[in-house]
Design a protein around this ligand. Sequence first.
Ligand SMILES: Nc1ncnc2c1ncn2[C@@H]1O[C@H](COP(=O)(O)OP(=O)(O)OP(=O)(O)O)[C@@H](O)[C@H]1O
Ligand SMILES: [Mg+2]
Length: 505
Amino acid sequence: MTDTNEYIAAIDQGTTSSRCLIFDRDGRVVSVAQQEHEQFFPKPGWVEHDAAEIWTNVQEVIAGALAEARIAKSQVKAIGITNQRETTMLWDKATGEPVHHAIVWQDTRTDALARELGRDAGMDRFRRETGLPLSSYFAGPKVRWLLDNVEGLKERAERGELLFGTMDSWVIWNLTGGTDGGVHVTDVTNASRTLLMDLRTQRWDERLCEAIGVPSSVLPEIRSSAEVYGHAKGGALEGVPVASALGDQQAALFGQTCFAVGEGKSTYGTGTFLLMNTGTEAINSYAGLITTMAYRIGDQPPVYALEGSIAITGALVQWMRDQLGVIKTAPEIEDLAKSVDDNGGAYFVPAFSGLFAPHWRADARGVLAGLTRYVTKGHIARAVLEATAWQTKEIVDAMKKDSGTELTTLKVDGGMTANDLLMQTISDVLDVPVVRPEVAETTSLGAAYAAGLAVGFWSDIEDLRANWRKDAEWSPDMDPAERDKEYKYWRKAVDRTMGWLDDED
Ligand SMILES: Nc1ncnc2c1ncn2[C@@H]1O[C@H](COP(=O)(O)OP(=O)(O)OP(=O)(O)O)[C@@H](O)[C@H]1O
Ligand SMILES: [Mg+2]
């Protein structure tokens, strides 16, 4: 028997904050430490992070979570990493300094580049190899943008002085020693978001790298999602194996124990991401979803997923709070929405970064439609929450088309699932029950699970399944005619977002 006072640490390097959570063998949260980092919006559509600030925060939250749990590093058997996906950075190998702010996944500066790359063949030019449409969303073109636009970077990359990474690579490199022998790796899930990796071989594809303009000298080594990459060097967890990396949405799929074909989840955070496990087969999407790596455990065969990605859901609530000042905290959106009975005819399509799945329209921008003098901020709060529900329905409908399977329940997680009215609205518009597990921090849990599997802390996925416990459930309660009418208006509002930007913009 192993000691019951043993734990796994998960680092969740997210879009708005970095967290460290300590989990016990039952998958329960023992402690949490969290720190937000600054969001930079230098131009309309641009979003940046300071990766040096993020690394400082990661070190602090690790120390904070250990202190709160009152455990010693010797009780931590492995560290798992999960991260905001696609957010792209380059750093100097010799100094460990980022050479520029990281370009965040929501950033639209590579729209024109993506269009140019699709010039003759269209946005699906690389879909067969990568599972992805050409879009500003993915990492590869962001690297190219940095090399083209930041003075001297191209030459430094050619001289082999720079390293590229998404946040998983940055955190692992620093954790394992940085300039003092840090390992430069990424996992299959993060690599599958670059437009540079072949989905079937899980290797960088030279033709893709050349077409997109990313020199292979900057690329990390692609590894499994669950294996020991190295050991922490220095810091509060010195000597502990670093044993997993998963993009946040794949980590949530793992944390929700969606290990069987057809099992899926939807995570409601900054954006919303619905992933469904499709097993060892990569299924091409014809309905506007993407094909992505779900996870790879050690040297087992890789597992794939279909994904519906929505850029803006919780971010719209943040926008109401930070940019408009209509609410002071995110949960207040629910009180405001409950101050009225319906949306008063208002529909809000938050196409702030264009529209992702299933539309993939870079030329779309946000609209607030159906306004009359009757509309109050309460109605707009309703429209804000309904936007998340209708965007989910668009994805669920696409999933049905691509996979041929009907959704029977929706497993949910993420910060927005604290919103009872929203969860009820999602159940109403999908017409299926919505269930939330006890551990809503499934992203961190998934990273912990993968790391724990890699070091034998848990023996197999059945161990993990046994840890899934239901916390809350919402059942549909909406008149079908009403649902159809509302969906029709939602779609009209979506139509009005399209074509807002012209080519020359
Ligand atoms: N009660 C609530 N009602 C509506 N939205 C909420 C509520 N509480 C939090 N949110 C929204 O949820 C988001 C935070 O959730 P979460 O921490 O899961 O996000 P995330 O995308 O995982 O962020 P990160 O990438 O930093 O991890 C924020 O956008 C916030 O506006
Ligand atoms: Mg998150």
